[in-house]
Design a protein around this ligand. Structure first.
Ligand SMILES: Nc1ncnc2c1ncn2[C@@H]1O[C@H](COP(=O)(O)OP(=O)(O)OP(=O)(O)O)[C@@H](O)[C@H]1O
Ligand SMILES: [Mg+2]
Length: 385
């Protein structure tokens, strides 16, 4: 199949001339005569290369270039900037806007042909799959709540922070566009980029793009967070995109800690098969317990039961909570960890935008969270060996 090249130039003669040169070299050529048309065609046609004129009346080429780079659908298409200007300053601006190469007008047909060929070869090489020997696939730990508000995000963020303190290289992530408690807890509400990844085309969910979407908390903890913009929770996204993101995280994080939110839904059903080890967070009261029991039953039926451990998180004093023995009895399995109530500390941690284990490492609750993380670390080693 011939490679497709989109040429963008407001000058019709120039379009024709370059088009002719390229089609003689066997490329399939498409043309746009304005910036806005270029953006639309780039998205609709997914060309293999875009040749972009800098000087255009409606939107200059640098702006077109920036917009192409900001859109997940066109982000990876190589761009050659084309201009009459030879100023070094323009070249720098072009590269800053995301261009891959630069050509000045008028161009010799042979120079055009060889630059185009080189860029296309380079981009084809980049898209080759990662060799199986390169890059180790690490473990994924999922945290799911029996109900909303039971402390799922608190557990996820703290085990990730504790694992980091133990010398691991974790990433904590959530797939909850519009409802990210994680972004708030880490003070990363301006850097959330999960939405962009989740709505991207599968071919754009590369290790590099996922890595570039990570934000870093002041402590050094890496996170991939959704947003707190309610509109984003209306977005339609593909569950396969979310699964692909987890798969890429396996190369980037050791381990990935995924905040799955609460309960059973189409997204979680898909993601559960990407999770190696699942923590089910239960609040010791009847409301949470019955949900947990029913959820466990379904997960057992779906084959996830053996990977699931129970974590109790108390948010109220033990005198007004169901005992752990009762929880164990109702759920029919052992409790992996108990996190005591510490409402003040939990509040302070959110205010300080810092996980409890980092804010007050010597507190009882931090000790419990670190112990839980330690037990998961043993598990990571077992899988790694
Ligand atoms: N050990 C604790 N004691 C008391 N309160 C706690 C404790 N751990 C967490 N909390 C508080 O409980 C609230 C809910 O926690 P968190 O956001 O982690 O729950 P969630 O299950 O992720 O909620 P959502 O369903 O909204 O995502 C927060 O205000 C948090 O500070
Ligand atoms: Mg949460």
């Amino acid at each position: 199949m011939p490679e497709k090249i989109l040429i963008v130039d407001d000058d019709v003669d120039s379009l024709k001339l370059i088009g002719l040169m390229l089609s003689r070299n066997g490329y399939e050529v498409s043309a746009a005569h304005s910036g806005s048309q270029a953006l639309a065609k780039a998205e609709a046609e997914s060309p293999n290369l875009i040749i972009l004129d800098v000087m255009m009346p409606d939107m200059n080429g640098l702006e077109v270039c920036r917009r192409l780079r900001a859109n997940a659908a066109t982000q990876k298409i190589p761009i050659i900037m084309f201009t009459a200007k030879t100023l070094i300053d323009d070249k720098i601006k072009g590269f800053e806007a995301g261009a891959d190469d630069y050509l000045t007008k008028p161009t010799h047909p042979q120079e055009l042909a060889s630059r185009v060929k080189a860029i296309l070869q380079r981009s084809a090489a980049k898209q080759e799959p990662m060799p199986s020997s390169g890059g180790q696939r690490n473990t994924t730990i999922g945290v799911i709540g029996s109900k909303g508000g039971v402390g799922t995000t608190t557990i996820a963020v703290n085990i990730a922070a504790a694992l980091m303190e133990m010398g691991e290289n974790p990433v904590v992530a959530d797939f909850r566009p519009g409802q990210s408690g994680l972004a708030v807890m880490l003070g990363l509400i301006r850097t959330q980029s999960m939405y962009r990844l989740m709505t991207a085309q599968l071919s754009d969910i590369t290790t590099k793009n996922v890595e570039n979407s990570l934000a870093t908390h002041a402590s050094g903890l890496r996170a991939l967070t959704s947003s707190t913009n309610p509109r984003e929770s209306l977005a339609r996204f593909n569950e396969e995109a979310a699964a692909a993101i987890i798969n890429q995280l396996r190369f980037i994080a050791k381990p990935s800690v995924i905040d799955l939110g609460s309960g059973y839904n189409t997204l979680n059903v898909r993601l559960l098969s990407e999770i190696d080890k699942l923590l089910l967070v239960v609040e010791p009261n009847a409301l949470s317990l019955i949900s947990a029991r029913d959820l466990l039953k379904v997960m057992d039926e779906e084959g996830h039961g053996s990977r699931t451990s129970i974590v109790i998180l108390s948010r109220a004093p033990s005198s007004i909570q169901t005992s752990w023995q009762e929880v164990e009895h109702t759920l029919g399995r052992e409790i992996k960890a108990i996190i005591s109530a510490a409402p003040e500390l939990a509040f302070q941690a959110i205010e300080a935008k810092s996980p409890i284990v980092l804010l007050q490492p010597n507190s009882i609750v931090a000790g419990q969270l670190k112990k839980l993380a330690e037990s998961l670390k043993t598990r990571i080693r077992q899988i790694g060996n």
